[in-house]
Design a protein around this ligand. Structure first.
Ligand code: C5P
Length: 215
């Protein structure tokens, strides 16, 4: 199978030297990419800016902004059997990007922000998709309720939920996996490497089941 995996944060420019971003390290997405390769599958890794080296033997696509990630995902989604959207895409970007560095002044300054395009949602809306669609949900509160909402609204097959306070920038995570048919699975705190292996097994089994049902 071919897995398309997004990882890391995005950078949304404000001017040539400043951007809006978040604390995603990319570790979970890169661990899923490694585990996917170890399981003998192919990987298209679409990554925002991170301090990690891409695993060897992936088709690696480096992007910076949410728009670049959106374009790259849509260009390659149909080549894949499983799309795992692990990236922490910025929710907002600057309405206008200044072509020159914005100067410091003593007056108050406000920045107009507009929503970025939701990549996961745009794939979920596609009626013709053949790939299994997996979203991630990092929450600080009401984990299960928010993740269930995401599963429905973004029309995913699976949502992997984690507490953002445990998973962000660290090597460990704790996961709650929600499936479209209402099934749920919990994996207690473990290394991202271990969790990634479990996830890859779950994703490939789920895609296999989907395909058998459709035949
Ligand atoms: O709604 P929220 O951003 O928390 O949803 C998280 C999930 O949606 C993740 O799988 C993330 O990769 C994906 N996402 C996306 N494009 C966005 C925002 C989130 O693909 N613009």
């Amino acid at each position: 199978m071919t897995f398309l995996i997004t990882a890391g944060p995005t950078h949304e420019p404000i001017d040539p030297v400043r951007y809006i971003s978040n604390r995603s390290s990319g570790k979970m997405g890169y661990a899923v990419a490694e585990a996917t390769l170890d399981a003998g599958h192919d990987v298209i890794l679409i990554s925002g800016p991170v301090n990690l080296s891409p695993p060897r033997n992936t088709k690696f696509i480096s992007v910076s902004t949410s728009d670049e990630m959106f374009e790259a995902v849509h260009r390659h989604a149909d080549e894949s059997d499983v799309c795992v959207l692990c990236a922490a895409v910025a929710d907002y970007k600057a309405a206008h990007v200044s072509p020159v560095k914005i100067k410091k002044r003593s007056a108050e300054f406000s920045l107009e922000l507009i929503p970025t395009r939701d990549i996961l949602h745009s794939l979920g809306r596609r009626q013709d998709r053949k790939f299994l669609l997996v979203g991630f949900a990092a929450e600080t509160d009401h984990l299960e309720a928010n993740a269930t909402k995401k599963l429905r609204e973004k029309n995913c097959d699976i949502v992997v939920a984690n507490d953002a306070r445990i998973g962000m920038e660290t090597d460990e995570n704790e996961l709650l996996i929600l499936f479209r048919d209402g099934e749920r699975k919990k994996i207690s705190r473990a290394s991202k490497t271990f969790l990634a292996r479990e996830l890859v097994k779950i994703f490939s089994n789920s895609q296999q089941k989907r395909l058998t049902k459709k035949m």
